[in-house]
Write a protein that binds this ligand. Structure first.
Ligand code: FAD
Ligand code: NAP
Length: 532
């Protein structure tokens, strides 16, 4: 069995977070190794290769800011980068900063066990390798564990089944095939128009309709991109300090404070600007149901305008959750796809999905014969990847058990009873409720600075106190309860996975204010952490 014992840190995962963590740790003169289950770097952008996969944060903001050279040498081709381009970017980063020599691919971490006497962790993997390190950084991703298909009978299907989050690398030839897509979240909404182009017939199985705004994607003007790069530091500072971490203006007025005309003008302007511009449209949208309803109703009108058949439009209109309480989607020709003769919408609310049979998908009403089934059914978000690892801390405490009632962290970074173990964008931080690259850089900087502090002070370990963690968990819940977020059966709430505790996992207090709090805590000598 391979053993490595002289490490300062083990980093689990080689997506945006793991790559940057390795770069930072190395820059501090520390010895680190990244363990990655996949056979390549890239994380989300390695796994999610489904047709139409792309980012909905604009390319100029969905990139690292830590290297001016990297920023200047990389050219994004579109307003929103496609999966292939982001993967190429991350591979370039790994090559450019010579990261690959410290990354073990095809290596899944199965357990991490604390040795209390030495304050070190022993990490075991499915390759049999065992690594001992002072610190473990979980860069395992918030959306990296696909949800298992909940439809019985999937093993009896005669055709091909694919999950968007595990799309085959060689691609799937859908030409002339009858395809079913189950799920209409962001992955479904991105892939459905592209699959419709290829397939001979497409049947979309929708359980909950979502709100989606047009992306208005297109080539990125090189001159505009150059100007952004020249002013990048200021742009990035502004989004880091903002609530949303998006480069869109935040309105300082509430939807209920303005005239009908002004409200309509603002909604229309943001819809026309495209993508996630609607985030920040009015101050009260996420806290006041009446304000929210104005936004929801605006989207419902847009759906009716985009869909020819009024009955299909009604089926596509969301009514069961306030706008923004499930992740807002961004599309290219999604609603228009249902105007095609070869595309059928099946509303699972009126005819529930019963099972997969050999010839296709059977609902309560009938069987839909298909050749390929695409599960766009999402992920065991935020806790799935961490809970998949057997993590044992002080007194043999198992993290999975500590999280049985929902995740408990301090700042979404540290865990009481699990010294020197850090989460990147963990539950209890803004994480998935932000531009993730901004949040990842903030977390990795904070964590590696903390590790540097321990080294400089000759200290061996840090862990949150139980009191600090309890107070933070209560604060996260209190902020969530103040919003409408808790009303939706969303993956933010853990509601998409049967049996998962219903807890609002991301921190909704805003990216800028959260980062400020993290800074204050560090400046106060890591307040709320016990350092030993
Ligand atoms: P990941 O990229 O998920 O990387 C985690 C890595 O850890 C994976 O490679 C995984 O294989 C590995 N891993 C997990 N467990 C283990 C283990 N036990 N052992 C070894 N390796 C392990 N965010 C945005 O901000 N804007 C967007 O537009 C956006 N679009 C998205 C589109 C899709 C389709 C998806 C799924 C997510 C999107 N996200 C978006 C969120 C996205 O996940 C983050 O932006 C970012 O890529 C996360 O990087 P990460 O390094 O934290 O995690
Ligand atoms: P998702 O948002 O969780 O959507 C899953 C869809 O599948 C939902 O429509 C869900 O319906 C449906 N579903 C789940 N289980 C089902 C079942 N058993 N039977 C029938 N339908 C079922 O997952 P996702 O679309 O993969 O997106 C996850 C997140 O990844 C996004 O919210 C976003 O953060 C990120 N992402 C971003 C982009 C982008 O545009 N940049 C693209 C893809 C993903 P219910 O709502 O009824 O549960």
């Amino acid at each position: 069995m391979e053993r490595e014992t002289e490490l300062d840190a083990v980093v689990v995962g080689a997506g945006f977070a793991g790559l940057y963590a390795l770069h930072r740790l190395r820059g501090m003169g520390l010895r680190a190794r990244v363990l990655e289950a996949a056979d390549g770097v890239g994380g989300t952008w390695y796994w999610n290769r489904y047709p139409g996969a792309r980012c909905d944060v604009e390319s100029l903001d969905y990139q690292y800011s830590f290297s001016d050279e990297l920023l200047r040498e990389w050219r994004w081709s579109e307003r929103y980068p496609a999966q292939e381009e982001i993967l190429r970017y991350l591979r370039h980063v790994a090559d450019r900063f010579d990261l690959n020599r410290d990354i073990s691919l095809n290596t899944r971490v199965t357990a991490a066990v604390l040795d209390e006497a030495s304050s070190t962790w022993t990490v075991t993997t499915d390759t049999g390798a065992e690594l001992t390190a002072r610190h473990v950084i979980m860069a395992t991703g918030c959306l990296s564990v696909p949800k298992e298909p909940e439809a019985p009978g999937a093993d009896t299907f005669a055709g091909e089944i694919h999950h968007t989050g595990r799309w085959p690398h060689e691609g799937v030839d859908l030409t002339g095939k009858r395809v079913a897509v189950i799920g209409t979240g962001s992955s479904g909404i991105q892939s459905i128009p592209v699959i419709a182009e290829e397939a001979s017939e497409l049947t979309v199985f929708q359980r909950t309709p979502n709100f989606s705004a047009p992306a208005w994607n297109g080539p990125l003007d090189p001159e505009t991109a150059r100007e952004v790069v020249d002013g990048f530091d200021e742009r990035r500072r502004a989004i880091r300090e903002s609530v949303t971490s998006l480069h869109y203006p935040a309105n300082d007025k509430g939807a209920l404070e303005v005239s009908d005309e002004e409200r309509e003008r603002e909604l229309e302007a943001r819809y026309e600007a495209g993508g996630l511009n609607m985030v920040g449209v009015f101050t009260d949208v996420m806290i006041d149901p009446a304000a929210n309803e104005h936004v929801a109703e605006f989207f419902r009108r847009k759906i009716r305008e985009r869909v020819d058949d009024p009955a299909v439009a009604e089926a596509l209109i969301p009514r069961s959750h306030p706008w923004g309480t499930k992740r807002p989607c961004v599309d290219t020709e999604y609603y228009e796809t249902f105007n095609r003769d070869d595309v059928t919408l099946v509303d699972l609310r009126s005819e529930p999905l019963e099972e997969i049979v050999a010839e296709g998908v059977r609902t309560r009403e009938r069987t839909y014969p298909v050749d390929v089934i695409v599960f766009a059914t999402g992920f065991d978000a935020m806790t799935g990847a961490v809970n998949a690892i057997d993590i044992r801390g002080r007194d043999g405490a198992v993290l999975r058990d500590a999280w049985a009632g929902g995740p408990r962290t301090y700042l979404g970074i540290g865990l009481a009873g699990f010294p020197n173990l850090f989460l990147v964008t963990g539950p209890g931080s803004p994480s998935v409720f932000s531009n993730m690259v901004v949040s990842i850089e903030q977390h990795v900087d904070w964590i590696t600075d903390a590790i540097g502090h321990l080294r400089d002070e000759g200290l061996e370990s840090m862990e949150p106190t139980a009191e600090a963690q309890d107070a933070w968990v209560a604060h996260v819940a209190e902020v969530a309860d103040f919003t409408l977020m808790t009303q939706a059966d969303s993956w933010y709430m853990g509601a998409n996975v049967p049996g998962k505790p219903r807890v609002c996992m991301p921190y909704l207090g805003g990216v800028g204010p959260y980062a400020q709090r993290c800074r204050e805590i560090a400046d106060a000598g890591y307040e709320g952490f016990a350092l030993a």
